[in-house]
Design a protein around this ligand. Structure first.
Ligand SMILES: N[C@@H](CCC(=O)N[C@@H](CS)C(=O)NCC(=O)O)C(=O)O
Length: 217
């Protein structure tokens, strides 16, 4: 079996897939597409991903895009450890938690949105930064409310991490990338600490990726 992942060190959606692959102990080759330099629009990659985004997952030549679809496919490919609970109600809750970041919070802060704010709506760097911080905090606040109603024990759905924890950890990564403090979100911070103690999460972090480490900081 060969697995390739078109990703980018900073991509939150690629982070999710890296964690999922590591939890499944599936090895893969990551192909870097620099979305900050516009490489997602190159003809060669546009052929791979018609949406011009990362990640794209390639399994024995078969392409899948959208991180949640990829993670669900990984559960089909190799059921253990499960990333989605077997129980229907629990599975729906795991998807609901995952979508708070993947569908609602994260899409508001991706490069193409920041670019449009600046280039079309004439927002300056400070305004774009305020936008990003606002929507990132909204995502964290939603997770905090949800985790106060059903505390993580020790993970969001119970004993093992699922797509819910992966997406919550991703929202924490966004906070880190944008210099936000988690002090106001103790439930989220505690869950994040538990997640990032696991190598699968820690090694998937943007700051651990070869292309980030190769840069000068
Ligand atoms: N919902 C998609 C999100 C894909 C996405 O927005 N990817 C970002 C990086 S995290 C991207 O490639 N953005 C390119 C751009 O904004 O131009 C998923 O979960 O895979």
């Amino acid at each position: 079996m060969t697995i390739q992942l078109y990703g980018f060190w900073r991509s939150n959606a690629a982070f999710r897939v890296r964690v999922a692959l590591a939890l499944k102990k599936l090895s893969f080759e990551e192909i870097e597409i620099d979305i900050l330099s516009g490489r997602q629009f190159d003809a060669e990659y546009a052929e791979v991903n018609a949406e011009h985004v990362v990640p794209t997952f390639v399994h024995d030549g078969h392409r899948i895009f959208q991180s949640l679809a990829i993670m669900e496919y990984l559960d089909d490919l190799q059921p253990e450890p499960r990333l989605l609970p077997a129980d229907a109600k629990e599975r729906a809750y795991a998807r609901s938690l995952a979508l708070v970041s993947a569908a609602d919070a994260h899409p508001l802060v991706i490069p193409r949105v920041r670019k449009y704010l600046g280039e079309v709506l004439s927002a300056d760097a400070a305004a774009i930064d305020a936008w990003v911080r606002h929507w990132t905090v909204e995502g964290l606040a939603t997770y905090e409310r949800l985790l106060s109603r059903r505390p993580a024990d020790p993970f969001a759905l119970g004993t093992a991490p699922t797509i819910a924890d992966i997406c919550i950890a991703g929202q924490i990564v966004l906070a880190e990338l944008h210099g936000l403090d988690l002090a106001a979100f103790p439930g989220v911070a505690a869950l994040g600490k538990r997640c990032f103690e696991l190598p699968a999460f820690a090694n998937a972090h943007p700051f651990r990726q070869p292309h980030y480490l190769a840069k000068k900081h």
